[in-house]
Design a protein around this ligand. Structure first.
Ligand code: SF4
Ligand code: SF4
Length: 167
């Protein structure tokens, strides 16, 4: 599990995550191969997984757009919190392709990020996340799961990851 930088009570009052404008939204979380297997082992219906190895949103029962099928819309909680995908744990950071480069980026649409970007604690967390993602084990996971590296738009570049340096 990736340590979280945003306090849980902040996220529970926010509706910025787990909701999507389109069923095929680029922002729907991508799944590692091992997460797909884990979902299937835990009897999560395959219909929750798209052919592009992403969570497949469902219609929002309370209004417009779509939501993650694992979002409990009554209390804004993730029903598979202990199992939630790497991409959900990583957010508001995202791993992005830029040409041949793999860049760690930040989504400034997250209101917590825009308000705390310059905080010392946030910078410290960012440094520890970079070290974690550049570890040999994480580089291997990213290389084995190219679907996790997407081309998200309107994000802030943080640093290039060292994927190509791994033996
Ligand atoms: S947008 Fe940011 S603050 Fe809001 S739920 Fe997502 S991570 Fe939490
Ligand atoms: S798996 Fe959980 S955290 Fe991830 S998008 Fe769905 S409800 Fe949100």
């Amino acid at each position: 599990m990736i340590k979280q930088v945003i306090p849980q009570e902040v996220c529970l009052k926010c509706q910025g995550c787990c909701r999507f404008k389109k069923i095929d939204s680029a922002w729907s979380p991508c799944l590692l191969d091992e997460e797909i297997q884990n979902f299937l082992d835990k009897k999560i219906p395959p219909a929750c997984i798209s052919s592009a190895k992403k969570i497949l949103p469902i219609s929002n029962p309370q209004g417009e757009g779509f939501i993650c099928p694992f979002l409990d819309i009554k209390d804004n909680k993730c029903r598979i919190y202990g199992l939630r995908p790497f991409e959900c744990q990583l957010y508001p950071f995202l791993i992005n392709f830029r040409g041949k480069k793999v860049i760690l980026t930040l989504d400034l649409n997250c209101p917590y990020v825009s308000g705390h970007l310059k905080d010392g604690d946030f910078k410290k967390y960012t440094d520890s996340l970079i070290a974690f993602l550049n570890s040999a084990a994480q580089i291997r996971i990213l290389k084995d799961n190219p679907q996790i590296i997407q081309a998200y738009e309107d994000v802030l570049d943080v640093i290039e990851l060292e994927l190509q340096d791994e033996a």
